[in-house]
Design a protein around this ligand. Sequence first.
Ligand code: UTP
Length: 300
Amino acid sequence: MQTSTGHKPIRTAVFPVAGLGTRFLPATKAIPKEMLPIVDRPLIQYAVDEAREAGIEQMIFVTGRGKSAIEDHFDIAFELEKTMSERGKSLAVLEPTRLGPGNCAYVRQQEPLGLGHAIWCARSIVGDEPFAIFLPDEFMHAHPGGDGCMKQMVEAYNEVGGNLLSVLEVPREQVSSYGVIDPGAEVSGGQGTLTEVRGLVEKPRVDQAPSNKIISGRYILQPEVMRVLERQEKGAGGEIQLTDAMAQMIGTQPFHAVTFNGRRFDCGSKLGFVEATLALALEREDMGADVRAMAQRLLQ
Ligand code: UTP
């Protein structure tokens, strides 16, 4: 099957969730980082919602030890549902947690050897199709009435094909914590402008970074990346880096960057997590006014 522009459609999403979440210890000792809630939804739920909004149905979770709460979250909670039904409570609140039979798969990354290694662990299920990647701790929040990040990326992909990365600009002194792109020409595509990617560097030194545009947790990649990851080459921090594998594909495959028209919260960091919680609570119709009043009281 192909899109009207001749590109294979994006039907599969990979969620690498096997990281240790050390920045949130001790909270993440027994609970996966991806199950930490922003108001009343775990981070992983927002990422899955974003995938579905983009028309993606097949979800692959790359998990590790101690992550079984994620599987339970997307399963039927029989006792809970039975009790709620008997008490006349609506089950609608659980609707987003239903992925449907056969629509999710779990693979284990036995050791946290890096993001690239985690993605490679999903190779058999991904097969020979282009696929999307979501890092759930990068919370991409659409503007009210706007499209989610992956939906914007899929639209751009349907026009230009190849590989796409979501990027955002950060203050230059922060680049050494991220994967950074070497930006080329700008072309129109999707809902705005796409930037050609000429090169990629993982965690560069500030004075050696090719730009201040960092990769922000969403990717659409061609299956060839699995063949590069197969080599298991270690990069920054001794980890098998996805950025390094993608960098090796540049020149043989088209790569474009999409700047998300929306807000991004780095929920892998405590500050980003608190900011996301406040931002979403303030936006909510059922609590926004109360949260604003509460914040004013606290700041007095
Ligand atoms: P991070 O480095 O942000 O996450 O990885 P972490 O290792 O869980 O967190 P800290 O730094 O110790 O606090 C980015 C994403 O890649 C996944 C993580 O789960 C996260 O979604 N990841 C990382 C893996 O699945 N496996 C790995 O070996 C490394």
